[in-house]
Each structure stands twice: as structure tokens, then as C-alpha cells.
Design a protein around this ligand. Structure first.
Ligand code: 4BW
Length: 152
């Protein structure tokens, strides 16, 4: 689909998303040690959690992991290999469908840096990021600059 040819409000999550094969993720049964490795190596603060069938299950971030292993006086690093991602991931995050329109995506990324796109059966399609939404808004404002001046 040619994303540039569509008016802003007709853009869908499908045309805005980073598709699943390009998204760093971890799996439910991975130990926190592996999740932290993926997060540090990829440079992302948080990534989606999938089951072995690639269904979306939650989100795990560096902060959640560090909080989990924070003891009274030190980080208890030895606990990283004992705890699974499933035990500490965040599960109450909103999701999008491929057919959701721009305004729904915009609302979703106001409170979240990225939102996962899933199909009816819960399979993971990709993510819509705050960056992509801001890019589209920036383009729209530049192309339609005249609309934003009051004529003075
Ligand atoms: O490795 C990076 N490459 C690029 N091009 N930009 C990056 C990278 N790491 C961070 N950024 C930038 C992006 O603008 O910093 C922003 C905040 O990153 P974050 O949240 O806190 O790691 C990025 O903003 P964004 O593109 O709107 O992405 C929002 C969030 O979406 C990221 C990260 O949690 C997730 N994300 C983005 N691309 C991802 C991804 N997670 C997994 N795989 C991907 N390919």
C-alpha cells in the first residue's frame, strides 16, 4: 500500500505498523536474564512478549526487570535466571487491529510508546510506534501549512 497517497485519517494500523518479523520480542518462558540481554542488545526500553505460537501475551521492559531483582541493598543478579518473563510482564496494555484508523492509533500511543497490533485470534502482527504517528502528523502539518495560519 502507498502510505503517502492516503489522507491522514484513512491510514490504518496495518499501513503504519512495523511488521512482526522486524520487531524484537521475547517469549513467555524465557528467563529474565535472556529478556535483559535482548533489551540491552536491541537498545529498546521494552519489547512484546509472545507465546511459542506467536500470540501476543504482554510487554516486558528494563524497568520492570530491574525493579524485580532490586533487593534491600543491591541488585540480586542471581535471580535473573530463576524468574521467567511470564511472572513479571505487564499484561493490561491496549492492543490495536490492522483495520484501526489513524485517530485510534494516535490515542493509543499518547499513553504508550508503542502498541501491539494483533489479529482476531490474538496472533501478533506488529507494533505501531509513537515515532511513526508523529512522522505522519509532521508530514500532514507541513503539506497543509496554510490551514494553520489565520491569514495575518
Ligand atoms: O534501535 C533504535 N533504532 C531507531 N531507529 N530508533 C530507536 C532505537 N532505539 C530507540 N529509538 C528511538 C525511537 O525514536 O527512541 C525512541 C524510544 O525508544 P524506546 O521505545 O524507549 O526503546 C524510539 O521511539 P519509537 O520508534 O516511537 O519506539 C517506541 C517504542 O517502541 C520503543 C520500543 O519500546 C518499541 N520499539 C520500537 N521499535 C521496535 C520496538 N520494540 C521492538 N522492536 C522494534 N523494532
Amino acid at each position: 500500500m502507498n502510505i503517502k497517497a492516503l489522507p491522514l485519517l484513512q491510514l490504518t494500523a496495518e499501513s503504519l505498523m512495523i511488521s512482526s518479523e522486524k520487531v524484537a520480542h521475547v517469549q513467555l518462558n524465557n528467563p529474565l536474564e535472556h529478556a535483559l540481554l535482548i533489551l540491552v542488545k536491541s537498545g529498546y526500553s521494552a519489547v512484546p512478549v509472545l507465546d511459542i505460537q506467536y500470540r501476543f501475551k504482554g510487554i516486558i521492559g528494563k524497568n520492570t526487570i530491574l525493579n524485580e531483582i532490586l533487593g534491600l541493598e543491591r541488585f540480586e543478579l542471581e535471580r535473573l535466571s530463576d524468574i521467567t518473563v511470564e511472572r513479571v510482564m505487564i499484561t493490561n496494555t491496549p492492543c490495536l487491529n490492522k483495520s484501526d484508523h489513524f485517530l485510534t492509533c494516535l490515542k493509543a500511543v499518547m499513553d504508550h510508546p508503542f502498541v501491539c497490533v494483533v489479529n482476531q485470534e490474538g496472533y501478533f502482527d506488529g507494533i505501531v510506534t509513537r515515532r511513526e504517528i508523529l512522522k505522519q502528523l509532521n508530514k500532514y502539518i507541513h503539506v497543509n501549512k496554510d490551514l494553520f495560519y489565520d491569514g495575518r
